[in-house]
Design a protein around this ligand. Structure first.
Ligand code: 13P
Length: 253
């Protein structure tokens, strides 16, 4: 674990609508300890953001979006502008999740535009990268993932801790129950930190939190997040139940 406080980001995907978001969040607050071992954020569907804000403002829990438009305005049916996420006080926006890449054709070049769009709205991008199984089996996962970063971070600046979070989510570990080992997560964390240090210098690189995601659960989060350059987790399935979230927070303590 790095010197910075870890970040536990709960990616609800297409799982909780506005009503459930509000009720779940209120229940969570009733059970949350007064001091948290990690920064905690719920990453909710766009239509649930208002509910998250209603339930969680003036609490320790932040909220964020699962995607954002690369554009600020115009004829882009179905899209959501970064400035509107800021109106709803989103702290984070996930960008380039592998499910967006697979089902919606997102590329690293699009992720690059989106990172810049949310930074301009003072929202922290959580940029997702990570390889498919065949790339891991070929042993080229580090080159592959750093290449994703190279394109997605082209022209992107780091000024403070809010500038950027990166989540390494190997696709073969998402929703499969197959977790990368702590060694795998650390190997990629070290490689990404090296990349950032070369690109931005050590001071700026240290401002970026590096998360691991892919079948993270209460019983493996501690082993993963106690490694160097694994500064937290982006969690899907295990983020849906309050007990599981509390257990993960406890494990990070
Ligand atoms: P799971 O935790 O369900 O594997 O999902 C990971 C993920 O995609 C988080 O963004």
């Amino acid at each position: 674990m790095a010197a910075v406080k870890p970040l536990l980001a709960l990616n609800w995907k297409l799982q909780k609508g506005p009503r459930e978001t509000f009720e779940w969040s209120r229940k969570l607050l009733e059970q949350l300890p007064e001091e948290l071992s990690a920064d905690l954020a719920v990453i909710v569907p766009a239509v649930s953001l208002q509910s998250a804000q209603n339930a969680l403002s003036s609490s320790l829990v932040a909220w964020g979006a699962q995607d954002v438009s690369a554009h600020s305005k115009g004829a882009f049916t179905g899209e959501t502008a970064a400035a509107w996420l800021a109106e709803l006080r989103c702290k984070y926006a996930v960008i380039g999740h592998s499910e967006r890449r697979e089902y919606h054709g997102e590329t690293d070049a699009i992720a690059n535009q989106k990172v810049k769009a949310v930074q301009a709205a003072h929202i922290t991008p959580i940029l997702c990268v990570g390889e498919k199984l065949e790339t891991r089996e070929a042993g080229t996962q580090v080159e592959y993932t750093l290449r994703q970063l190279e394109v997605a971070l082209d022209g992107v600046e780091i000024t403070d801790e809010g500038s950027l979070v990166i989540a390494y989510e190997p696709i073969w570990a998402i929703g499969t129950g197959k977790t990368a080992t702590p060694d795998d997560a650390e190997q990629m964390g070290n490689a990404m930190r090296g990349f950032l240090t070369k690109k931005y210098g050590a001071d700026s690189s240290a401002k970026v939190r590096l998360l691991y995601g892919g079948s993270v659960k209460p019983d493996n989060i501690k082993a993963l997040c106690s490694r160097q350059n694994v500064d937290g987790a982006l969690v899907g399935g295990a983020a849906l139940e309050i007990d599981s979230v509390l257990a993960m927070l406890n494990a990070l303590n």
